[in-house]
Design a protein around this ligand. Sequence first.
Ligand SMILES: *[C@@H]1O[C@H](CO)[C@@H](O)[C@H](O)[C@H]1NC(C)=O
Ligand SMILES: *[C@@H]1O[C@H](CO)[C@@H](O)[C@H](O)[C@H]1NC(C)=O
Ligand SMILES: *[C@@H]1O[C@H](CO)[C@@H](O)[C@H](O)[C@H]1NC(C)=O
Length: 692
Amino acid sequence: MVKFPFTTKPSSLVMFVTVIVLGVVVFYSLHFPHGATSSLDASRFRHVFISSASNATIASYLRALTVHPHLAGTQPASLTARYVLNHFNSLGLRTKTVKHRALLSYPVRSSLVAHFSDGTSQEFRMTEAEAEGDGVVAAYHAYSPSGTAVAAAVFVNYGREEDFRELAAAGVEVAGCVAVARGGGGVARGAVVEAAERAGAAAVVVFGEGDTWREGFERGHVMRGGIGDPLSPGWGGVEGGESLRLEDSEVLKRFPKIPSMPLSAEAAERILASLGGAPLPLDWRTTLKSSKVRSVGPGPTILNFTYQGEMKVATIENVFAIIKGREEPDRYVLLGNHRDAWTYGAVDPNSGTAALLDIARRYSILLRLGWTPRRTIILCSWDAEEFGMIGSTEWVEQNLVNLRSKAVAYLNVDCAVQGPGLFAGSTPQLDDFLLEVTKKVKDPDSEGTIYENWAAAGGNSNIQRLGRVDSDFAPFLQHAGIPSIDLYFGKDYPVYHTAFDSYGWMTKYGDPFFQRHVAVSGIWGLLALHLADDSTIPFNYLSYANQLQVYNNILSNLIDKRISLNPLNTSIQEFASAAKEVNDESKKLRFQGTSDRSIDMKMRALNDRLMLAEKGFLDADGLQGRQWFKHLVFGPPSDHESKLDFFPGIVDSMSEMVKMSEKERLAAIQHEIWRITRAIQRAASALRGDSA
Ligand SMILES: *[C@@H]1O[C@H](CO)[C@@H](O)[C@H](O)[C@H]1NC(C)=O
Ligand SMILES: *[C@@H]1O[C@H](CO)[C@@H](O)[C@H](O)[C@H]1NC(C)=O
Ligand SMILES: *[C@@H]1O[C@H](CO)[C@@H](O)[C@H](O)[C@H]1NC(C)=O
């Protein structure tokens, strides 16, 4: 292996890569006559794509992106937009920057002082010591209201509804107190604040547990009720366009009523260890990392909590590179990653950005060799994801009709590399295809391919589903009904959203040789090449039918026997037979080849059915009370604590959080079952492609 002196001499790296690229170009131009890309050529181009991987270029992009913190809406953030744009331009790709106006939120002043029962006090630092003076934003919760509370501290465990119930049962009064919650209980930060608010807490601090990096603060937003810019709910926020006012009730309901801030594990331990009052429940103690905590309070420690923030309408920038398709320019394959970061963003999100930039570099090599994709490929670099998927959501809202009717798939990568081991999520028609692609990529941490070590062990049971709203696939899938994939290596990394998420951390812990970055860009780039070049789109809806059947079976064990699941079961059978039909047709067409124009039209018609079937799961009325979420199979339930990650409408109707009589509840659940039944019938009908 060649060793690059890239850290000291970036220019020699550039020269080296240029030489390699030119060599490859010369070699392949001898072997590829110019002209239309046949499927044989397409496979050779994929081979060039794989062999042009380079960990050194990825490392250099990541270094450049993470020199400064680049929080959305700030000057350094717009420098990263320019960096990405220049990179795409320098490769000769067609580019576009789309700006949006959106409401962001920043801290102005914050402090936390503990007054202990022995008369002593301690003021805690509200940001990492290492970060001060380097432009890292102070630790805060975006969209928290400003506020002060001087009140007794009380420990509320993970801040879930069940934790508050347990406290209430033990006679612990949370109302009026400053709640101290630990993160990581499987509920979103915003949901913790919401539950504390319901319990009457005056303010909340949330700390991240961990054995290492105990001085870190986990920043994050606490917006509720949906994603995207609060001032333009449902439409793309643009300069000169309609914008709600900050005092409008529709805007205000997106923000918590009580203030909150993050806290370091170190500071939290000091506070919790000083509490008296009710004893710590046994099941909380067993999972708590600190052994110094004995009681939950409230008090006697009094916390003086102060947070002052400001909301600002800012300009955010989404940057695109477009590789126009030759045969089907009006069909899009989208690769997306956000660029904005709470701090330096080496993991979150710029490990993904570095991978995206390297895919652009490698695609540009293919272009110089004469490749043009069959369909259009769009590389998307989103802004303001950390504030609630704002950049991607505004863009999806603005381009909804085109995306719904023309986007083949959306491939998301956020925190590309957090550590070892592939994790992937997808909509089920992409399962088999995703597994296939992992056969082509070398495992960065052991011998063999990723498939051998990852997929072979569990088949598609390894693949997660995308009902969450924690990255940019959410608007594409849950609002626009576009089949989606999400990829990352490693999970639960300890420096999440802290000032320690830096290039140094990545080279020391996350990916010392950048081989995991190479692997993720390999899978990501290959997925897109197939989706853009394969004559028939590689979807298998039988996997979707199987997944729906599994959901049906889970429900049948869970649901009141007076409720009928027959309609749902029948619609799934119907969907499965449509899936089988379309698979058979697709196989037949593939055998006939692509030379003939009438066959081309048949393929296009078949591909349209495959592409549009996912839209069947959308419902014009959306989820009840959260109409923006249109997908009835995958979406976030209101009941954050539900263990079910499918059929959010059914989950909500079953939730104890909504009070109703038994009769009303049975009717509500049955109605939701009918709605999902009709959605599956629509999808089946779209797959069959007949309207009569
Ligand atoms: C609480 O802290 C704030 C900000 O540091 C300070 O202005 C205020 O006087 C403190 N209040 C009490 C009761 O200590
Ligand atoms: C690239 O990978 C090789 C082989 O693992 C390694 O020796 C080299 O240090 C890596 N380069 C970077 C920049 O990590
Ligand atoms: C669904 O229908 C199939 C075929 O009619 C039947 O075999 C199966 O038991 C049904 N499943 C449930 C959960 O009702």
